[in-house]
Design a protein around this ligand. Structure first.
Ligand SMILES: [Zn+2]
Ligand SMILES: [Zn+2]
Length: 942
């Protein structure tokens, strides 16, 4: 079998279709992963990387004394499969393959993905021949030629990719941990730092500071309006910007008719056709159409995988000689842009345009197939059209402008105006995306005198530099050598998702700024582009086999150690700085009780709440769900009633949970429980709230005197209110304990909520753990719990509830465990089993068991069983067992009711004994009769 490994499923399918020629391609699914087969060939698609690099086990604990953040620099790494099903299928197929061709994308990342596949294949098949097919477009021509001319994997190129992976992991992980720990942040709230990310963020922060520092300067612009043949023409003073208002006003006052034409300069200007698209110029052009960088790349990749355009990750702006331009034209002639293609063919320039960068990996981005709007959707089609028209523009002739410059004189003050007329539109015909604005002037003659209709002096201000748009930032990153064509847009997306930057154009958030400044002040190497540029140049050296991966990683390690020397020396300062300055983002507004500052507080573990800055004097606080539900942050929205910032819980990969105004939320979520207090009424509730009493707990914990004063109640009414609140509070506590128990013991399942189950159980009278322990399985099933689940839940509830009870009674935990293991769970079971039997079942001494039984009996207000000599018990047992039809278990039951021998059985009250043992009255009576007869017989025999 010939196995072909493509980078994605979609490209695997296309490659199979192309190589199959006319043969039928059979699609098969194995554990959800598709393969495509024809003849003896099978193609399979990866999902990009199917393994990931991670540290060896042991480094997971952030607060480990041994594995400090710095220790991550030298930590060993391992490769872990991330797409287990694909890895399994790949290895299964590889075992039987006679030849494997790696057909991943042709660039550093693709080569590394190919090498990862290679290693997985080698692990199960040592000898199979593995080769590599390289192509820049998934078109029949490219694919057929690539598979006819396969080569070897480029291990140097893959090594460069591996080095980048390792370095990024070690930088990102060690620095992120260091900064987060210094600032005492963890969980969802870590502060991420990255090799490319941090210098990029620093650029955005620097630009923001420039804008803030910027002091606008005033300047004045002088212009006039004249008229020729009924047309109004604007002219401006040749001085441009006047810095001095007085001079500008003087020039304005001197501007007098007549306006004389002093010079006419006619000329032509060539407007060169644009050069071919590389990744960056493509992203810039797509941004003008409203696509974000990440979106533009995603769509381009889809178009590539479907064979509509060539590989979109390229630094090349020169068409290679091998690219068949005529072939491309012939292909896209069948597209919806036939007319434009034919126009281009008819007017084609002798040589296509070329940009400044020529690389050998991929050609510039160009169309490779024909797409329709119906076939691929609106957005994809707009991108396809952009790429296609850009290709046509690079083959279309330059445009030609006729330019006209007229100079005027107004009593000694010089003015000028310019015009432009597109005499040969050239490439503009097929590329409407860049504007060609004409200004057509009427004919003038030198010496001609014209009227002045208006003179205007405008006061203006200089403008601060603009914030970066995504595409501008990508251009700047490229100039600085930050990141690669494949990663730049991802870096920006990460900055947004980590809440370091927001908006378009981009501006830093408070956290983004604080972290950047803390790094700049204490270890500027991390935020400057230099170090990352050096690493990029090292990557290049690995690709060219001038340096080894290990060598480069080693150097990177020492750079990072140097940065840590600085960081560790300033750890306290960095941490305090970040903490102090980011505190602001947690402030919500004024405390309703004391006027202090309310802020979100995160405690260690998962607890978070809203508290007052004047704690402990002011104890006002609002509880929040644990961080499992999301990390609490404030939003910009403010409650009109309470003037507090809204709160939102954010969780990775989930929709945020909007709490809204925390006080509104606090009030509404406590209304139900407050109304459970019997003497609470509408008026009292309103009054309580207006006095900032919002919860049952606050009432229960208040002194009656205070309640009486604050709520204007009679002393006995206040005392009653407090007592009732204590009652409700205890009920709430038990209810919440029961809910927690459910959460811990019932597996979450779609379509059933704990609150629904709780409500249904409450209907049946079960609202706490004690009730649950006594409930029967039927009640639970009615509430929507399955049969076996109900049984398990009940057992657990009985163990938990009774365990706690027995502990309170005084049974030590160690012994309790033994009782539970023996199935003795409730106090009742203690006294219905004989101490002898308890001792036998648990392995504890009879003395110990007796002590425990006595404790339980005391709790149940029952007399403790008499301590009867063993011999007597044994004798009685034998006697009872000799009765016809008597069984061990019946004897046991009798014994637990104190009926330990024949005399006791005969003396027992049948009705009472039946109730305590659960044995039928008739049966007991029967035993008595049999025993009586037996005794009589024995007497007769004597
Ligand atoms: Zn307060
Ligand atoms: Zn509110």
């Amino acid at each position: 079998m010939h196995l072909i490994v493509a980078e994605k499923n979609i490209s695997a399918r296309r490659i199979a279709q192309i190589l199959a020629g006319g043969q039928k391609v059979i699609e098969k699914k194995d554990a959800g992963v598709s393969t495509y087969s024809f003849g003896d060939t099978t193609t399979v698609g990866l999902r990009g990387h199917v393994v990931e690099v991670d540290f060896e086990p042991g480094y997971e604990n952030w607060r480990s004394e041994k594995f400090t953040p710095r220790s991550l620099i030298d930590a060993k790494t391992i490769k872990v499969p991330t797409e287990k099903r694909i890895v399994a299928l790949l290895q299964k197929l590889a075992r039987h393959a006679e030849r494997v061709t790696i057909a991943t994308d042709f660039d550093t990342e693709g080569e590394l993905i190919g090498k990862e596949a290679y290693e997985l294949i080698r692990a199960v098949n040592r000898n199979v021949k593995v080769d590599r097919a390289r192509f820049s477009a998934i078109t029949p021509q490219e694919i057929k030629s690539a598979f006819a001319n396969t080569t070897d994997l480029d291990f140097a190129l893959a090594s460069a990719g591996e080095a980048r992976q390792s370095i990024d992991l070690m930088w990102g992980a060690s620095l992120t941990r260091f900064i987060s720990l210094a600032a005492r942040r963890g969980g969802n709230n870590i502060l991420s730092v990255g090799r490319v990310q941090s210098p990029t963020l620093s650029m955005i922060v620097d630009r923001e500071k420039e804008i803030e520092k910027f002091v606008p300067e005033k300047y004045w612009q002088l212009g006039l309006l004249t008229e020729k043949a009924g047309e109004q023409i604007e002219a401006r003073h040749t001085n441009g910007r006047f810095r001095d208002q007085k001079i500008a006003e003087l020039a304005r006052d001197r501007t007098k008719e007549p306006l004389v034409v002093t010079e006419i300069k006619e000329g032509t200007k060539q407007d060169r056709s644009p050069s071919p698209f590389d990744t960056t110029t493509y992203i810039v052009a797509a941004a003008r159409l409203g696509f974000s960088a990440a979106n533009a790349m995603r769509i381009a990749e889809e178009l590539y995988m479907n064979g509509y355009i060539s590989y979109p990750r390229t630094d090349n702006t020169v068409y290679p000689a091998s690219l068949d331009l005529n072939g491309v034209l012939a292909t896209i002639r069948n597209s919806p842009f036939k007319k434009d293609v034919e126009w281009t063919i008819a007017h084609r320039r002798p040589e296509p345009t070329r940009g400044k960068k020529s690389t050998t990996d991929h050609p510039p981005i160009h169309p490779t197939g024909t797409a329709t709007k119906e076939g691929i959707g609106d957005d994809a089609f707009r991108i396809y059209e952009l790429v296609l028209r850009r290709f046509l523009a690079t083959l279309a002739p330059d445009a030609l402008w006729q330019t006209l410059k007229i100079n005027f004189d107004a009593s000694g003050e010089p003015y000028t105006t310019t015009g432009g007329h597109l005499i040969e539109p050239g490439w503009h015909v097929v590329y409407p995306f860049s504007e060609a604005k004409e200004t057509i002037l009427p004919k003038f003659a030198t010496g001609e005198k014209l009227p002045i209709r208006k003179v205007s002096l405008d006061e203006k201000e200089t403008m601060p530099p603009a914030r970066y748009t995504q595409s501008k930032l990508i251009q700047r990153m490229e100039e600085l050598g930050l990141g690669t064509k494949s990663t730049r847009h991802e870096v920006i997306a990460k900055l947004v998702s980590r809440k370091y930057v927001e908006g378009n154009p981009l501006h830093p958030t408070l956290v983004g700024r604080v972290v950047t400044e803390a790094l700049e002040h204490n270890a500027d190497a991390i935020t400057k582009p230099d170090m990352t540029q050096t690493i990029e140049s090292h990557m290049q050296q690995i690709k060219e086999s001038k340096r080894t991966r290990d060598d480069v990683i080693k150097e990177s390690r020492s750079m990072l150690h140097a940065a840590f020397d600085q960081l560790e020396a300033n750890e306290r300062v960095i941490g305090d700085d970040i903490r102090d300055r980011t505190a602001e983002e947690l402030n919500l507004g004024h405390c309703p009780v004391c006027g202090g500052t309310l802020a979100i507080k995160h405690l260690r573990g998962s607890t978070q709440f809203i508290g007052c800055s004047r704690y402990p004097e002011c104890t006002f606080n609002i509880g929040l769900p644990v961080t499992l539900w999301g990390w609490a942050v404030r939003t910009d929205e403010i409650c009109e009633k309470h003037h507090l910032h809204f709160v939102r819980l954010v969780r990775k990969g989930a929709r945020p949970w909007d709490i809204g105004c925390p006080l509104c939320h606090h009030i509404s979520s406590n209304t139900e429980s407050l109304t459970e207090i019997p003497s609470m009424n509408e008026t009292l509730l309103e009054k309580a709230r207006s006095r900032h009493i919002y919860t049952v707990a606050e009432i229960a914990r208040s002194e009656p005197e205070r309640l009486s004063k604050v709520l204007e109640l009679a002393p006995d009414a206040a005392q009653k209110l407090k007592t009732e609140a204590e009652c409700v509070l205890e009920k709430l506590r038990r209810r919440s304990e029961c809910r927690k128990f459910m959460r811990n013991h019932l597996i979450p399942r779609k379509g059933r909520s704990y609150s629904k189950i709780m409500a249904a159980l409450k209907e049946s009278g079960v609202s706490d753990l004690a009730g649950l322990a006594k409930a029967d399985p039927g009640t639970l099933q009615k509430a929507g719990i399955g049969e076996s689940e109900a049984r398990d839940l009940l057992t657990e509830a009985r163990i938990t509830h009774n365990g706690r009870l027995l502990k309170e009674i005084g049974i030590p935990a160690v012994s309790l465990k033994k009782y539970i293991a023996a199935g003795i769970i409730s106090p009742d079971e203690f006294v219905t089993t004989t101490p002898e039997n308890l001792s036998k079942k648990t392995g504890m001494s009879i003395g110990t068991v007796n002590r425990h039984v006595a404790l339980v009996c005391e709790y149940l207000h029952r007399p403790a069983p008499l301590k009867i000599p063993r011999a007597r018990i044994e004798k009685g047992r034998k006697e009872l067992l000799s009765v016809k039809g008597m069984t061990e278990s019946v004897v046991e039951k009798f014994a637990s009711a104190g009926v330990i021998n024949g005399d006791k059985l005969l003396a027992a009250d049948v009705k009472q004994l039946s109730v305590t043992t659960g044995i039928d009255k008739e049966k007991i009576r029967n035993y008595q009769i049999l025993l009586q007869k037996k005794r009589e017989n024995a007497i007769i025999r004597i």
